[in-house]
Write a protein that binds this ligand. Structure first.
Ligand code: SAH
Ligand code: SF4
Length: 418
């Protein structure tokens, strides 16, 4: 295992090193075909009710499991104990059948079986790169599919890049995801399920198993996590629970384009490592390529970074900087960046731009990136350049775009009735 202190930074370097193209535009497919279950999902607790009325327990938090047990009539004084048992079976052992819950009596197991399921959402597509990167396209609910990507060899172990929203509202000009309208926020349950699916696929149950590869989580998938802070917080309560999935809070990194008012509260709520998608060190250019900068300019963003809870030299903020040829890659840009970061425990991840169909941007030349990195490095900031990995599974990712489309809830209901 990597050291707790440096691992999140290393994670980001390696995550981006694993070909942002694999997951940068982590996109969803929203299918035209909608099913009648959509209406059920609208009223389901945390999106967990099936068409047959059974509640899917996997992905739910302790309180939600307790509420479900109360609903099916478990004696109030036994609910806490039963919740603890079930939580442990689901998140420590990864069981897929109630019969495996050997410390739960047979009659109760039968009752659980009648009311609940331990099923996972369907993996619509699973791609494995020659370098071991794994990409999952997961159907969370009828018509809504999201991707997550497992990148091995991050921080001596591996990291899962998860999505927080289906689509994105922010329209950063260099980002493919930004061309895809927001469909909806993911629920906490859907965020947890991305981890469960990867753990299943990697065969890493129980949590106590040694040499687990999935040790780090990065919120660098589709969407802006800080527009879904509450659900990220709830999901992390499950993901980081030591009696369950057991992923350390210091091994969680949340990346934001700069939703200033949410940065501090997110840090307080989650104790996660912070990554900022900076990409430009002056307001004029940043607003041009990241419209959110108009609302939350650099001065406010940098202040929020300075105030981030728990910052220290061993807990630095990672600033992500995509290298766009002729736009933000000149030596004077590097100098501006160095000035901007002064006084902040920081590390810079330089991400070679990954082109996508229809973009006018081009990636900076290798020498330009190297010179930029050298300048930042000489100023005392680590500035790794990401390596490209997982290229061979990029084709499928590009194909997703044609299917991606926003459907209004009303249109989905109408289609379901037709
Ligand atoms: N919305 C959040 C989380 C996404 S993280 C955020 O923006 O921080 C994904 C990272 O990849 C962000 O730093 C994003 O700016 C960057 N990125 C987006 N498009 C890219 C591209 N085409 N090539 C390289 N990096 C890109
Ligand atoms: Fe892409 Fe910007 Fe949305 Fe992040 S905030 S996913 S970079 S459009």
């Amino acid at each position: 295992m990597g050291s707790l202190e440096d691992s999140p930074h290393e994670v980001i370097a390696r995550v981006f090193g694993s070909a942002y193209r694999d997951f940068a535009p982590l996109r969803l497919r929203v299918r035209g075909r909608a099913m009648s279950a959509t209406t059920l999902i609208d009223r389901a607790p945390n999106g967990a009710v099936r068409t047959d009325g059974k509640v899917a327990l996997v992905g739910l938090g302790r309180d939600e499991i307790s509420a479900e047990l109360a609903r099916i009539g478990i004696e109030p004084k036994k609910i806490r104990m039963r919740t603890k048992q079930i939580f442990h079976w689901i998140y420590n052992y990864g069981v897929t059948s109630f019969d495996q819950m050997t410390n739960v009596g047979k009659p109760l197991r039968a009752k659980l079986e009648a009311d609940f399921t331990l099923e996972r959402p369907e993996i619509v597509e699973r791609l494995i790169s020659v370098d071991g990167t794994r990409k999952y396209l997961i159907r969370m609910s009828p018509g809504v599919e999201v991707e997550s990507v497992f990148i091995p060899d991050v921080s001596k172990t591996g990291a899962l890049c998860v999505s927080s929203q289906v689509g994105c509202t922010l329209n950063c000009t260099f980002c493919h995801t930004g061309t895809q309208p927001l469909v909806r926020n993911l629920t906490a349950r859907e965020i947890v399920l991305q981890v469960i699916i990867a753990r299943d696929d990697l065969g890493e149950w129980p949590t106590t198993q040694e040499n687990r590869k999935l040790t780090n989580i990065v919120f660098m998938g589709m969407g802006e996590p800080l527009y879904n802070t509450e659900k990220i917080g709830d999901a992390l309560d499950v993901i980081c629970d030591p009696e369950g999935l057991g992923i350390g809070r210091r091994r969680i990194t949340v990346s934001t384009s700069g939703v200033v008012p949410e940065i501090g509260p997110m840090g307080e709520r989650t104790s996660a490592q912070l990554a900022i998608s900076l990409h430009a060190a002056n307001d004029e250019l940043r607003t041009q390529i990241m419209p959110i900068n108009k609302k939350y300019p650099l001065k406010e963003l940098m202040q929020a970074c300075r105030d981030y809870p728990g910052l220290s030299n061993s807990r630095r903020i990672t600033f992500e900087y995509v290298m766009l040829k002729g736009i933000n890659d000149q030596p004077w840009h590097a100098k501006q960046l160095i000035k901007l970061l002064r006084g902040i425990p920081a590390k810079v991840n330089l991400i070679p731009f990954n082109p996508w169909p229809g973009t006018d941007y081009v990636c900076s030349d290798a020498e330009t990136i190297k010179s930029f990195a050298d300048l930042v490095n000489a100023a005392g900031y680590a500035s790794p350049i990401r390596k490209t990995r997982g290229q061979d599974i990029f084709a499928a990712c590009g194909q997703l775009k044609s299917d991606s489309e926003k459907k209004r809830a009303s249109a989905i209901r109408k289609a379901a009735k037709a």
